[in-house]
Design a protein around this ligand. Sequence first.
Ligand SMILES: Nc1ncnc2c1ncn2[C@@H]1O[C@H](COP(=O)(O)OP(=O)(O)OP(=O)(O)O)[C@@H](O)[C@H]1O
Length: 350
Amino acid sequence: MDQTGIKIEDLHLSFGETQVLRGVNLDIRPGEFFAFLGPSGSGKSTLLRAIAGFGPTPQGRILIGDRDVVGLDPWKRNVGMVFQSYALWPHMSVRDNVGFGLRERRVPAKQIRDRVDAALDLVGLAHLADRMPNQLSGGQQQRIALARTVVVEPEVLLLDEPLSNLDASLRVQMRRELLHLQRKLGLTTIFVTHDQEEANTTSDRMAVLDGGVIQQIGTPQELYDRPANLFVANFLGTANIFEGRVEIDGDVARFHTKTGEVLTIPASGNLDGSNVVLRPQNISMTQAPEQDALKGEVLHREFLGSQIRYLVKVAGAEIVVDQSHSAGRDWFDPGAQVHLVANTSSAVIL
Ligand SMILES: Nc1ncnc2c1ncn2[C@@H]1O[C@H](COP(=O)(O)OP(=O)(O)OP(=O)(O)O)[C@@H](O)[C@H]1O
């Protein structure tokens, strides 16, 4: 099947007086698994629904393939959408639920049977074709909702928090299945979630939204390692942020914190900014003084299994330091005076 890309150009959308999308630009590649990630109310669902054709008509362009679909009815867009609530028809069997869209399209009965069987096979539930929805688990219902969506062979698949109603372990299993299915079908897919682990583990690339504006687009790793601004740095994982200023001295750069500590940083990356961002695992902690170390005091300790997370008072701030845990390794106690050495090659200046 030919794969379809999606291009969004300068999209604005309001509910009455309330502006919800403010100039969204996006280029989703054919066959890509793309996530919209952001806090509640950031506009993720509104953007997805605008692509599907639900909600107020936006200003700007939404190209699915080379067709501008703004103003087009949802059923003319050839998109498949899966919602958080599975929305299966309770009075229809699994087979009839999955075949519903094909019957609407007046596909011949024999073909419907074959395509429904193939779709049920795809989600591994062929043996449940004759059950009613209330005889299925949540995970099975969500798989049926997926089968019902892909059976009509949409050009793009839109998923609005499809795993939110499932318990934690099933979510992990289902997100793998979802990716597997997407790869098998090669279907350009957009996945809305507020769960960064879900976005990180499934998407080829993602867009982080806040306040109806895309803050950054990239692979999960790019966004985590090289956030473009403090919002993205804070939203994706834990970020330690020191305020201060950069001084360049020949081919060396130094970051002077507000409280007078100095971090030597590589002079190669961006040096324009008044914050340095360091992830908790890029700081190591020792009791012995080391060159370029910051002095701190351990305030709190949490055992997380593979890691020990310390809250440390340093440079006028409280920061988080993660040290990997292995059996027999000594821990620092609250109150301990420690020295912190930052892996400054991972530091980001913003
Ligand atoms: N039908 C509506 N009428 C008025 N305002 C709306 C409507 N739907 C959404 N909004 C507003 O638009 C903003 C974005 O909502 P949206 O549902 O897109 O956010 P979201 O990022 O998907 O959040 P969540 O993760 O909570 O679903 C919110 O401020 C919301 O209150």
